[in-house]
Write a protein that binds this ligand. Structure first.
Ligand code: NAP
Length: 304
């Protein structure tokens, strides 16, 4: 059990992908952690729960991301606003007014490459304001980020294309190996095995404000798929198409960008945050070892 006196209240920990991983990590670290019962938009029950449990730290990995994908948010705008706007702002407001540190697992999908931020050029920094609103999800996330800047004690982590060490459906690697056709654009990405522990270190230090929350550098779809071939399945094949062709099969556009991670790396000396290609080598090595341990190597793929 925690000796620090810190008490964590985690939203999204019961059924969420990132939330489940955070819960496990907190338990592994011997932290005192509660899983929130309150829905984000229900301010009164949120207040009751927070005042009863008296957390020192709140972690918010709850919100709607859309199933089967983010297009859902374009088709369910009020529901998206209820959780991601009203709910997120409720939590920031309640925590900030009580002096409780609050970490928001937010998104970096609020930017797209532009004339000043080109592929291979300088990345977006924390002071940059969103320039991508091609999906309702991104539009609302960008608006909320601007409002979250107001609240003392709130840490906003711009997650991008999360990568895990397995082949679960939510993993960006799994997604792009299942697509009929895939675009090929370098992007910032968040390797969860490195960055979720980094987020807990950031919360413990009570960092606040906006942080680009990914591994330094950018990696393209094809670079990842070539690594998949090298580590997991030499027989795997894929077909590219252009962003314009991709736009035709989607309801909402997708964001492509590189975020500058210097602020995060400088704020967490001694915390392992590798350059994205190095981090991805680690991901694939662990993925292969896990699959071998489970007796599922090479993985059977009848899903494409
Ligand atoms: N996955 C990605 O690609 C990605 C990328 C960038 C950023 N992020 C951000 O990271 C966060 C976590 O993502 P994730 O992939 O872990 O999401 P997820 O697997 O879809 O989990 C979302 C969690 O939020 C809970 N939730 C939804 N609406 C809620 C509400 N109104 N009140 C309370 N809880 C609610 C869900 O609980 P129920 O099952 O009970 O509804 C679920 O536990 C999100 O804010 C997302 O925007 C994700």
């Amino acid at each position: 059990m925690s000796s620090s006196g810190d008490v964590y209240l985690l939203y999204g920990g019961k059924t969420g992908w990132l939330g489940g991983k955070l819960h496990q990590l907190l338990q592994d670290q011997g932290k005192k952690v509660y899983l929130a019962e309150a829905r984000l938009e229900n301010r009164e029950s949120m207040i009751r729960e927070i005042d009863e449990l008296k957390p020192t730290h709140v972690l918010n990995a709850a919100g709607v991301t859309g199933r089967p994908n983010v297009d859902w948010c374009d088709l369910h705008k009020p529901e998206t606003i209820r959780a991601n706007v009203i709910g997120t702002l409720n939590l920031a407001d309640v925590c900030s007014s009580r002096g409780i540190h609050c970490t928001m697992y937010a998104t970096g999908c609020i930017f797209e490459y532009d004339a000043e931020h080109t592929i291979g050029g300088k990345g977006f920094v924390e002071d940059d304001l969103p320039n991508f609103d091609g999906s309702f999800y991104s539009l609302t996330k960008g608006m909320v980020e601007r409002m979250l800047r107001v609240y003392p004690g709130v840490l906003v982590l711009r997650v991008r294309m999360p990568i895990s060490d397995d082949l679960v459906a939510r993993n960006f690697i799994t997604k792009i190996t299942k697509y009929e056709k895939v675009v090929n654009v370098p992007n910032s990405m968040t390797v969860l095995t490195e960055l979720l522990p980094a987020s807990l270190a950031a919360a413990e230090k009570r960092l606040e404000g906006i942080y680009n929350f990914c591994n330094p550098g950018a990696i393209s779809h094809n670079e990842i798929l070539e690594m998949y071939k090298k580590f997991i399945d030499p027989n795997f094949t894929y077909t590219n198409f252009s962003i314009e062709e991709q736009d035709k099969i989607l309801i909402a556009r997708r964001s492509n960008n590189t975020l500058d991670c210097n602020k995060l790396v400088d704020a967490l000396p001694g915390v392992e945050i590798n350059e994205i290609h190095v981090a991805m080598e680690g991901v694939f090595a662990r993925m292969r070892a896990n699959l071998e341990k489970e007796g599922n190597f090479p993985p059977v793929r009848n899903d494409k």
